[in-house]
Design a protein around this ligand. Structure first.
Ligand code: CA
Length: 665
């Protein structure tokens, strides 16, 4: 495989020791009766609660009810009855609201672990028992009036990738609910130096969507002591349909995490921000997770020898192509979209999932709300038994319907290849990167002026339309942009590094496609060179708000950059055809100097003609500006849309490592 994303694999190494077990897999496991209803799980009403699970290989199933999410003896125990299509069911005509429960299946004469069903919508502490929930009672005030911020085209989206805990944990965040969903719902927060922090900061930056790292119930953080316990990104799923308990003010009461998650979404919406959830259906935290307590082996892929296959690098991979796994994924995201009013989903290692499932997910979500945005990592980590041609990898992006993938092509063209942290990219003067950057500028679509033979990873355009490209230079994986620039340019001064940083994101934010920003880049976020901080302490991961004041000029630049993109639809063209028609590169005869025009009032822009000149050279560079009466709005240091000065055509000199933006009316 040309491109392995092993960094994410490293996040999962801690489960490997318990994941590689021989497996009792039946060759007939794909032939189990399929249940087509949509009522699996636990359905509460004051009069009765219905319990329904799919367990076609079970010979008996027990339900136990408890007063709490942990400890204590069962209050009641019941046997479920076998129904049609592999379903077991039980109706209890009592009001069971807020009671906790477990199921236990007997398979091949053995009782498996007591666990919540895979459909559980509420759980107790650490997710070991389900809770019978009255979802309406978890709604915050005015939830029915919650309104999503307006959105026209997918290419208008600007994503801010954030870990719930990172935003608020720092002592200087000024946020009361540190590390919690509610911390993201606090407004008017300031650091001791008076700098605006938290939600108000994100809002003022001008992004349109907050993308939350896994915030469903994951396994690794002990919810009984989250402050004292380990930090984790959360790529180790436990209960897919439940919010993570360590982010709630009370992880014991199953209602609280639901209510607080909704409160967070509601507050973000009120503040003009849409919300995206990072979802991780490609593997489970380990193979003792809930799936295997109900239908052992079924939900996973296997090698020819019967062992768990491992395209995720995490010891197992799920089997989206199997009917009940596919249905599970569809129902799960639709549930999040409807119950939590979510606006988008980011699929971790989407390249593990099959194309048919991803398109079915897209269709189901867009039936709920056509503005929901779906994207994912178009790669896997290791080999999968499912043919790559059938999977949602980047090269198959054009077969995906209304689904985007991350562009590692532009990312690594800008800053250097991911596999060698010391390697340089276009912004630090590396030769041979221009075509990879140009590939990203056109949003990974077909464009006659891109030489695809010279692109770093993709030798052909993979996006049918520009919305299918996530344009970015860094995310939670690998070093922060600032750290990477420092490591790969050890002799550069801080001033030179800041120029590279600004140039990097100026490329991203003037490129076609969907723009994506790793939280904190706007204040030169550092993780002190830790590339894989999945379980590093808060001191490494948290946003240090002191940097916002220290690098105020950088923050102001990013804010202006985002405003420039938002004010000018030419940077957000919605179709490949429009890009080919309006975006023309100029041959600069210099492989570290990219120049292009977006002409003809593209996409209704009030600027007739826009010139973008990207100087990756570490020296000042001449450029022959075409004839015209240009206005300069970006000079590498600052951005001023009202224009700094008039510039006539002819030879101009760009400073080292800088981006110029000019326009003609
Ligand atoms: Ca958890």
């Amino acid at each position: 495989m040309k491109y392995l994303k092993i960094i994410l694999a490293l996040t999962c190494i801690y489960v490997l020791s318990i994941s590689f077990k021989p497996l009792h897999r039946s060759a007939a496991s794909d032939d189990y009766p399929i249940y087509n209803g949509n009522d699996l799980g636990v359905t509460w009403s004051p009069e009765k609660t219905v319990f329904k699970i799919w367990a076609p290989t079970a010979s008996a199933v027990k339900l136990r009810l408890y007063a709490a999410g942990e400890g204590g003896k069962a209050l009641q125990m019941h046997n479920l009855t076998k129904a049609q299509q592999g379903v077991w069911e039980l109706t209890i005509t009592q009001d069971l609201k807020n009671q906790y429960y477990t199921f236990q299946t007997n398979i091949n004469g053995r009782w498996l672990k007591e666990r919540p069903d895979i459909y559980a919508r509420a759980v107790g502490v650490n997710g070991r028992r389900g809770m019978v929930v009255d979802l309406a009672s978890t709604n915050p005030k005015k939830w029915a009036l919650d309104k999503k911020p307006a959105q026209k085209n997918f290419t208008d989206i600007i994503i801010y990738e954030l870990h719930v805990r990172d935003l608020s944990m720092s002592a200087n965040s000024g946020i009361e609910h540190k590390g919690k969903f509610l911390g993201l719902a606090e407004t008017k927060t300031k650091s001791p130096d008076g700098t605006i922090t938290g939600l108000d900061h994100i809002k003022s930056l001008g992004v349109t969507h907050v993308h939350l790292l896994p915030s469903f119930d994951y396994n690794s953080v002990d919810e009984t002591k989250p402050e004292a316990s380990e930090y984790n990104w959360g790529y180790d799923p436990l209960n897919y349909n439940v919010p993570e308990g360590s982010y709630a003010t009370d992880p014991y009461d199953g209602n609280v995490r639901i209510r607080e998650f909704k409160k967070m979404v509601q507050t973000l919406h009120t503040n003009g921000l849409r919300v995206i959830l990072d979802v991780v259906y490609n593997h489970t935290c380990d193979t003792s997770a809930n799936f295997n307590q109900f239908v052992p082996g079924y939900f996973y892929r296997h090698t020819a020898g019967g062992a768990y296959s491992n395209a995720t690098g995490c010891g197992n991979e799920t089997a989206s192509e199997k009917a009940m796994m596919r249905q599970y994924m569809i129902e799960s995201v639709v549930y999040w979209a409807k119950e939590y009013h979510l606006d988008g989903f980011r699929f971790d290692l989407m390249g593990v999932h099959d194309i048919q499932t991803m398109n079915a997910i897209s269709a189901a979500l867009h039936k709920v709300d056509p503005t929901i945005f779906i994207y994912g990592e178009g790669w896997a980590v290791g080999n999968s038994p499912l043919d790559e041609n059938l999977r949602a990898v980047k090269k198959n992006a054009s077969k995906l319907d209304k689904i985007a993938v991350f562009s590692d092509d532009i990312r690594d063209g800008i800053k250097g290849g991911w596999s060698d942290v010391k390697s340089k990219g276009f912004v630090s003067g590396a030769p041979g990167m221009a075509e990879s950057v140009k590939f990203g500028i056109v949003g990974s679509v077909q464009h006659p002026q891109v030489d695809y033979t010279k692109v770093n990873y993709s030798k052909a355009p993979w996006a049918a339309e520009p919305y299918q490209t996530i344009s970015y230079v860094s995310c939670h994986d690998d070093n922060t942009l600032w750290d990477r620039l420092k490591i790969s340019n050890p002799s550069a001064s801080e001033a030179e590094l800041i120029k590279m940083d600004k140039l990097a994101n100026t490329i991203v934010f003037t490129s076609q496609g969907v723009a994506f920003l790793h939280a904190g880049e706007e204040m030169l976020r550092t993780k002190n060179g830790v590339a894989n901080s999945f379980q590093s302490p808060d001191a490494i991961n948290e946003l240090d708000w002191g940097r916002k004041a220290k690098y105020k000029e950088v923050f102001d630049y990013y804010k202006s950059l985002i405003a420039l993109r938002k004010h000018h639809p030419a940077f957000r063209m919605p179709s490949a055809q429009m890009i080919r028609e309006h975006l023309k590169f100029i041959d600069t005869k210099d492989q570290n100097l990219i120049a292009y025009q977006i002409g003809g009032n593209a996409n209704g822009d009030n600027w007739r003609n826009i010139m973008i000149i990207l100087n990756g050279n570490t020296t000042s560079t001449k450029f022959n500006l075409p004839d015209g009466r240009w206005r300069l709005v970006a000079d590498g240091k600052t951005i001023d849309e009202k224009s700094m000065k008039a510039v006539n055509g002819g030879t101009i000199v760009l400073p080292a490592t800088s981006a110029y933006v000019l326009y003609e009316l």
